[in-house]
Design a binder for this molecule. Structure first.
Ligand code: DAH
Length: 354
């Protein structure tokens, strides 16, 4: 096509319209190629600029540049529009329909089942309910106040080092974290009982807890605990020891022993660690129990008067005990699982055994 400067406006309109009318990227590419082609009309005009009178060259060059720019703009607008359409067409074409996928196969279809941990939790609840406890629960996302402060662990207290905490939000208006134990549910239960005038309390509280910990044979980062709380008049340490022992025999079997060893927890005084015979080696010593013959299940003690006072219970009138231990650890002992990580590994050969 040979064009003159008189045609420039028509030429431009023509190119812009072709770009706008394009319905696919191929058509757009064609317009673009012609616009840039050395043998195209725009290149021809460019060459003819040199033959114009010197005073005409400037304005002609500028007009040509403006014309090209408006065609380029129409091309890029069109490209955006067409790419949306083409993407939708592509997605449509890629859709799988019944019949595209071969349905046969000879694999055995297996039915899922309740996990060993969930089953253990149910069994533990049954044992405690049979002993007269009710079952309660509380949130996994807690405030610093419930997880620590109300449990007699003020900010920056060194005892906080006992729990490697995963914080969600630090500071104003409140520090929020993933609960490191089920003990905050004690606080909520006591508050509720005070508010509704329903003391005494005999309850267990199962639930998931989280710690910034390296998993090993006996620890997971997300694990389960069950908390126990009894608040009544005249409760003593002997009641605590009796409940722990009755639980151990009822759940693990009459041949299993429990023992309490002095320990420290900020929310109980006195405090104890609660251990049972290692069910993997029956007390002989193995890797799971670090060759001690005993497995620590959790902690317990008499509820510290400061904790009672923090929720408005008169420590002169009421006393109580609390305990908390690992549900996963119970599942491990009950089913003699040497490495607790197997519970969350999703190895079907392992899981199928339960
Ligand atoms: N919350 C403690 C922990 O996770 C365990 C514990 C200790 C719970 C003593 C209690 C208790 O209720 O009295 O390490």
């Amino acid at each position: 096509m040979s064009a003159t400067f008189d045609d420039l406006e028509n030429l431009t309109v023509q190119f812009v319209e072709r770009a706008r009318a394009a319905t696919n990227s191929g058509e757009i590419a064609l317009v673009e190629t012609e616009l840039r082609s050395k043998s195209g009309p725009f290149a021809a005009l460019q060459r003819s600029v040199g033959q114009l009178n010197p005073e005409e060259r400037g304005p002609a060059g500028a007009a040509l540049q403006a014309a090209r720019a408006s065609v380029e703009a129409a091309i890029s607008e069109s490209r955006e529009r067409v790419s949306v359409i083409e993407r939708a067409q592509q997605l449509d074409a890629d859709r799988l329909v019944l019949g595209d996928v071969p349905m046969g196969g000879t694999f055995p279809a297996t039915v899922g089942h309740v996990s060993a941990v969930a089953r253990t939790q149910d069994e533990l609840e049954d044992v405690f309910v049979a002993m007269g406890f009710t079952v309660a629960d509380g949130p996994e996302i807690e405030t610093d106040w419930y997880n620590f402060e109300a449990l007699n662990i003020p900010p920056a207290h060194p005892a906080r080092g006992m729990w490697d905490t995963l914080y969600l939000e630090v500071g104003e208006p409140e520090t929020v974290l993933l609960r490191t134990h089920t003990s905050p549910v004690q606080v909520r239960l006591m508050q509720d009982a005070v508010a509704s005038g329903t003391l005494p309390i005999h309850a267990v509280m199962p639930g998931r807890c989280f710690r910034r910990d390296t998993p090993d044979a006996r620890h997971l980062m997300a694990f389960h605990q069950i908390e126990g709380l009894v608040i009544d008049r005249g409760i003593t340490f002997a009641d605590l020891a009796g409940v722990i022992d009755a639980f151990t025999k009822a759940y693990f079997g009459p041949d299993m022993s429990s023992r309490l060893r002095p320990a420290f927890f900020p929310f109980t005084e006195p405090s104890a660690e609660f251990e049972i015979t290692c069910a993997i080696c029956r007390g002989a010593g193995c890797r799971t129990c670090s060759h001690t013959g005993w497995i620590e299940l959790g902690g317990c003690g008499m509820v510290d008067p400061a904790v009672l006072a923090a929720v408005g219970i008169n420590p002169e009138e009421y006393s109580g005990f609390a305990f908390g231990f690992g549900i996963d650890r119970c599942a491990q002992m009950r089913h003699q699982i040497p490495d607790m990580r197997a519970l969350i590994d999703n190895d079907d050969r392992f899981l199928r055994q339960f």
